[in-house]
Design a protein around this ligand. Structure first.
Ligand SMILES: [Zn+2]
Length: 198
């Protein structure tokens, strides 16, 4: 997807601004360390939340035992974590929970979108709305990985569907899947439910 490269630097700068590190468009060790601190805080936050969870038995324990749930040892890649910057904390919880329970590897391929990029996608017909949840950090695009590469094959998205839905239920976050839409099916798209997260 060539358009991704065009906006990569812009996104990195945006991320660096959020992370409070030097904004140079180069995601180096300092940026990564700052990101890892954010992710660690989120992990901790999620573990605390899990300790008061009374319905999902696998989510009741702390982060160490959560990791043991991970059936394949899957870990999110660096690019996936970068895409989580600026995304709503509840949606990040869903993604991190999915990381812990997934049976198939996946990647976050888009998170927060700039208005410029939204206009571009809208003009291309790749997005059907200018009111995208990506603009506000209420949506992420998640793709299954087959042999380490993003798959655009619909059945793979169907396989990932129950994983993300289960993850969302575990952390009690209401999400909607673009694959459930009837007019314009959007397999990678997951967003916080508008009725709960306006
Ligand atoms: Zn999307």
């Amino acid at each position: 997807m060539p358009w991704r490269e065009n906006v990569a630097e812009q996104h990195i700068k945006q991320a660096q601004a959020l992370l409070n590190v030097k904004i140079d468009g180069d995601f180096g060790p300092q940026s990564l360390a700052a990101l890892q601190r954010v992710v660690a805080q989120l992990d901790e936050c999620m573990a605390q939340r899990d300790t008061v969870d009374d319905e999902a038995p696998t989510a009741r324990t702390g982060s160490q035992e959560l990791a043991a749930v991970n059936p394949t040892g899957f870990r999110l890649g660096k690019s996936s974590k970068n895409w989580l910057i600026g995304v709503h904390a509840d949606l990040i919880k869903v993604v991190l929970r999915a990381e812990a329970i997934t049976t198939i590897p996946f990647a976050v391929i888009e998170g927060v979108r700039t208005l410029e990029r939204q206009k571009e996608l809208f003009a291309q017909g790749a997005s059907k709305t200018m009111n995208s949840r990506h603009l506000t950090g209420h949506a992420v695009d998640i793709a299954p990985l087959i042999d380490g590469k993003v798959s655009w094959h619909w059945p793979h998205y169907r396989e990932l569907e129950p994983v993300i839905k289960r993850a969302a239920a575990d952390v009690r976050v209401a999400v909607d899947w673009g694959g459930d839409w009837t007019s314009f099916k959007d397999g990678p798209h997951w967003e916080l439910r508008r009725s709960v997260y306006p």
